[in-house]
Design a protein around this ligand. Structure first.
Ligand code: NAD
Ligand code: TYD
Length: 355
């Protein structure tokens, strides 16, 4: 009898990074069954996957990872060989407004998924893989120098990073206690097409297009390390297929930018692409009250994934930003759809008291 096709469950596949991962796997591995499990919160958008939704190897299940019975049904029905877990609440500012949402989805939801995998794979763990997608924010903040490595001590400061740190600990505990075959990666800040316009880069592109103020927190000298989302997806492919059980891989592009320099670059590039006179958009920059608990600097040392798995980013920051801005300029309908009712209420609450 022929073997059944490998089945991969991807959670959060309708979100920003998840949709790029789903697209990569559906198109690159036509022999796999790809099941996208997503609750479709404000951040989940099936419009992100229009181009692959009719592929014969693609399946979608609208399920919340807070429902253990539903997860068990999915595992019984599809019998996945692997899980790539991206479903999460992902925005630091929202975690400051509603920390419990982050505890529920990121911690309890992850444990529900670990339980479902452990139960489903109890007779044979060999050949299975639970891949947890995490963030560099679990490591806390760096000073002027240094990098986060895979052995940097966890030191989260926001409810978001604390909830991701807790989920990472549970994943490792399931490996050490139950022998679940797990792998974890911690990536730096992503940017690219389909990024919800609450995070810095898509928010500021949208605000430049719509001529709204660009709210830079604090002194604007906070530093982030940016990676193009499609490069994160290729790294995830590499770790899923070649990473070692129980290991952690840091993912990043050695690409640090101070927020204010990045915002000025965005203004310049959008002005050039729209044929505006130089300097048209910079006056929109507005310094506002800082984010509480704001981490000063993130920077990933991605040596391990480069040396052990042979992964490197494929685009420069200039190329990636240019592609990203073009995407937002061409996809105004997508932007209009995601910046309606609930988005406007969030925006009002988030920026009301920042002055
Ligand atoms: P996102 O907010 O764009 O997408 C999250 C997805 O998860 C959405 O489709 C949403 O509907 C789904 N989801 C949320 N709660 C759910 C629940 N309870 N049940 C089922 N589905 C649910 O997030 P993203 O930016 O694509 O991030 C994906 C993952 O990558 C997260 O785990 C995040 O912590 C991690 N990560 C993100 C970045 C980044 O820069 N965005 C960097 C490193 C790591
Ligand atoms: P963000 O995109 O929220 O990612 P994270 O906080 O997870 O790194 O923010 C990136 C940086 O931009 C961070 O230093 C906070 C800053 N920022 C602003 O200055 N203004 C804003 O309106 C937002 C959303 C972020």
């Amino acid at each position: 009898m022929p073997l059944p096709p490998p089945t991969l469950l991807i959670t959060g596949g309708a979100g920003f990074i998840g949709s790029h991962v789903v697209r990569l796997f559906v198109t690159k591995y036509p022999g796999y069954r790809i099941v996208n499990l997503d609750a479709l919160t404000y951040a989940g958008n099936l419009e992100n996957l229009r181009d692959v939704e009719k592929a014969p190897n693609y399946f979608f299940e609208k399920i919340n990872i807070l429902e253990p019975d539903a997860l068990q049904r999915i595992f019984e029905y599809y019998k996945p060989d692997g899980v790539i877990h991206l479903a999460a609440e992902s925005h630091v500012d929202r975690s400051i407004l509603s920390p419990l949402d982050f505890v529920y989805t990121n911690v309890i939801g992850t444990v529900n998924l670990l339980q479902a995998a452990r139960h489903s794979w109890k007779d044979k763990m060999e050949g299975k893989r639970f891949y947890h997608i995490s963030t560099d924010e679990v490591y806390g903040a760096l000073g002027e120098t240094g990098f986060f490595t895979e052995t940097t001590r966890y030191d989260p400061h926001s409810p978001y990073s604390a909830s991701k740190a807790a989920s990472d600990h549970f994943v490792r505990a399931y490996h050490d206690t139950y022998g679940l075959p797990v792998v974890i990666s911690n990536c730096s800040n992503n940017y690219g097409p389909n990024h919800f316009p609450e995070k810095l880069i898509p928010l500021f592109i949208n605000n430049i297009i719509t001529r709204k103020p660009l709210p830079v927190y604090g002194d604007g000298l906070y530093t982030r390390d940016w990676l193009f989302v499609k490069d994160h997806a290729t790294a995830i492919d590499r770790v899923y297929h070649s990473g070692k059980n129980g290991e952690t891989y840091n993912i990043g592009g050695f690409n640090e930018w101070k927020n204010i320099d990045l915002v000025k670059l965005l203004c310049k590039l959008v002005d050039e692409k729209r044929g505006n006179a130089p300097g048209t958009s910079e006056p929109l920059i507005t310094f506002v009250k800082d984010r509480p608990g704001h981490d000063r600097r993130y920077a990933i040392d991605a040596t391990k994934i480069h040396k052990e798995l042979g992964w490197s980013p494929s685009v420069t920051f200039e190329e990636g930003l240019s592609l990203t801005i073009d995407w937002y300029l061409q996809n105004t309908e997508w932007l209009q759809h995601v910046t309606s009712g609930a988005y406007l209420r969030y925006y009002e609450e988030q920026y009301r008291d920042r002055g």
